[in-house]
Design a protein around this ligand. Structure first.
Ligand code: TPP
Ligand code: MG
Length: 617
């Protein structure tokens, strides 16, 4: 061995490098990688597997059940850590790798860091075609992992051992860059994983990665201050960027000092405590009446750390003020300038602090702030009504949310959800008490994220009471990380709402004039209905599981199982047709222009009318 180098396989170099990357959390230097999720096969067991074994005391490896599940857990870990820490995932070369593509897209949409390390075919091509090699007829270099390219922020294929040096350095830059951050995929050719190289010792020096708090350009800042000072009806939209920048306190000070009401996106919910006087709650398609009334009239929207997706903007039909100006405070220029927004490219916390200093004594007109306060009081009344129990045979999702809030809400709770009817209901009705207490994956709204995501959240925040709310459809799609949560002693409380099908899509189908078809199990082609026993299913994976027959029983079961140490699944039947009527906004879902069915034609006419409210560009 030469002085200053160390002879390692490429996989051993990857493992050693990962252990040397650090960050500082609350004054303490900690590993930036929280661990590695792994499912081995040919293509990673011999190379990466052996290397991970060698570092398992420094960087733990967790055996998952499904690659999409483990990658979702890893992404949830990063989200729950406000992107300050993240995880890696390694798979075999074919289906194992491709099972992570959906997760890569999820991380890409939501701007969340995760390091994906799928195995890849032999770089030397001697044994070709190997098991699981796709064999492209026209492109000798294409492999299954090319599917990751459009959904990775950085993609690389490692065909020589020394390539890992620049690739890992670039990977760390991307994972820790607040503007660029997202999934990084390094496809590791299996022969190269096992190949040795004399790596420079300097490559493995400890490196501490700190959050870059980018300051704004002076002209952009001046323009933003001027725009705000001219505003008579300003509203702040708080997106996920507020949480990732840990800007909650700055946002609160800003809102209070200048009397500006705050509305929250799905990713931004919990930026302010639910009971803060200026927090109007959710906005847009699943918004509160308080938020949406303000958004309709607003002459200036300060959009902080948000992608402004259609659920937030009501498909761009929510804002009705002709003179509306959008001020985009965002670390990513792509988002800051959306919809002709005036960009203020900066870290959210720094941006809010500088804006506030520049605004001096500016306050929004008193009648605007009063309108916000009154609107909020009206909304709380409606929400209280929606979550209160009644003696209906089947409870609504909202009533289940009420029971969970009463039994287990609070400052130690993190609520996890992703798809189905629940995100809309939770966006309106959940009452977070701390930043990150509401963990909703609604950028991709991936069915099956819930249980796996809950696991990632629990690994990130072991002291938290992690409550997963999930529909029967999402549960059926991906539930097997329940077994992982048992193995890892990571207790989740899973509340499973069984309405016997895809309730929200059935309602959407009805709202667009469609016949009830292929969503609820009873409306789907069947010889026999399966009558799924979810409690028995969860119990078979080691969970404490029970079915409850009413809201009162649910509340009691949630209270009783609070101190349970194992993952607990509580199943309740719910009504597939009821949702909270208060609040909400139109959502653009294209209705067929011609149809032999009259309800579709009627829905089309209503759709065309609704389209006229849409702002374009
Ligand atoms: C992986 C994936 N497939 C399909 C969809 C489209 N989709 C969104 S919600 C939903 C139904 C969810 O059913 P369930 O979890 O039972 O919730 P419910 O609608 O009944 O509240 C479907 C099919 C999706 N979001 N993700
Ligand atoms: Mg359902």
């Amino acid at each position: 061995m030469d002085r200053g180098t160390v002879r390692l396989t490429m996989a051993q170099a990857v493992a050693r490098f990962l252990t040397r990357q650090k960050t500082v959390i609350e004054g303490e230097t900690v590993p930036i990688f929280g661990g590695v999720f792994a499912i081995f096969g040919h293509g990673n067991v011999a190379g990466v597997g052996e290397a991970l074994y060698g570092i398992k005391d420094e960087l733990p490896t967790y055996r998952a059940q499904n690659e999409q599940g483990m990658a979702n857990a890893a992404i949830a870990f990063a989200k729950a850590s406000f992107r300050r820490r993240f995880m890696a995932c390694t798979t075999s070369i074919g289906p194992g790798a491709l099972n992570m593509v959906t997760s890569a897209a999820l991380a890409h949409v939501n701007r969340l860091p995760v390091l994906l390390l799928p195995g890849d075919v032999f770089a030397n091509r001697r044994p070709d075609p190997v098991l699981q090699q796709i064999e492209d007829f026209s492109d000798g270099a294409a492999t299954a992992n090319d599917c990751f390219r459009p959904v990775s922020r950085y993609f690389d294929r490692i065909t020589r051992p020394e390539q890992i040096i620049p690739a890992l350095r670039r990977a760390m830059q991307v994972l820790t860059d607040p503007a660029d951050c997202g999934p990084v995929t390094l496809a590791l050719c299996q022969d190269v994983q096992a190949e040795a190289y004399d790596y420079p010792e300097s490559f493995f020096e400890e490196k501490i990665w700190l959050l870059r708090r980018q300051r704004p350009d002076e002209d952009e800042l001046a323009g933003a201050i001027a725009a705000l000072q001219a505003a008579k009806k300003p509203v702040i939209i708080a997106g996920g960027g507020v949480l990732y920048s840990e800007a909650s306190a700055a946002l609160r000070d800003f809102a209070e000092t200048h009397g500006i009401p705050v509305v929250e996106t799905q990713a931004g919910k919990s930026s302010l405590p639910h009971d803060h006087a200026l927090n109007m709650g959710s906005v847009g398609v699943t918004g509160t009446s308080a938020s949406n009334a303000l958004a309709e009239e607003a002459d200036l929207v300060l959009a902080v750390g948000t992608r402004l997706q259609d659920f937030t903007t009501g498909s761009w039909a929510l804002f009705k003020n002709e003179g509306l100006k959008i001020l985009g405070l965002n670390i990513q220029p792509f988002d800051a300038a959306k919809h002709a927004g005036l960009p203020l490219v900066a870290d959210a916390r720094v941006g809010l602090e500088l804006l506030s200093a520049g605004l001096g004594a500016y306050r929004a007109p008193v009648d605007w702030t009063d309108k916000a306060r009154n609107g909020k009081a009206g909304w709380i009344e409606a929400a209280d009504k929606a979550i209160a129990p009644t003696n209906a045979a089947l409870p609504s999702d909202a009533q289940v949310i009420g029971a969970v809030l009463r039994a287990r809400g609070g400052s130690q709770t993190t609520l996890v959800c992703a798809a189905g009817g629940l995100p809309g209901e939770l966006h309106k009705l959940w009452r977070p008490e701390k930043p990150g207490g509401y963990h909703m994956e609604y950028g991709f709204s991936t069915m099956g994220y819930e249980v796996a995501g809950g696991l990632g959240v629990k690994l990130a925040k072991p002291e938290d009471d992690v409550i997963v709310m999930v529909g029967d459809g999402s549960y059926m799609m991906l539930n097997s990380e329940i077994a992982s949560s048992i193995m890892l002693g990571a207790k989740l409380t899973i509340v499973l709402l069984d309405n016997a099908g895809y309730g929200c899509i059935n309602r959407l189908q009805m709202a667009t004039g469609g016949a009830n078809f292929n969503n609820l199990l009873k409306d789907s082609h069947h010889i026999e209905l399966p009558g799924i026993d979810f409690a028995a299913h969860a119990a078979a994976m080691g969970a404490v599981a029970r079915k409850v027959a009413s809201i009162a029983e649910l509340e009691a079961a949630l209270a009783e199982t609070k101190t349970e140490t194992r993952t607990t699944v509580i199943v309740i039947d719910t009504d597939p047709l009821i949702t909270t009527e208060a609040g909400g906004h139109w959502w653009d879902v294209a209705v067929p222009e011609v149809s032999a069915r009259e309800p579709v034609n009627a829905a089309r006419a209503a759709y065309e009318k609704a389209l006229s409210a849409q702002r374009f560009g």
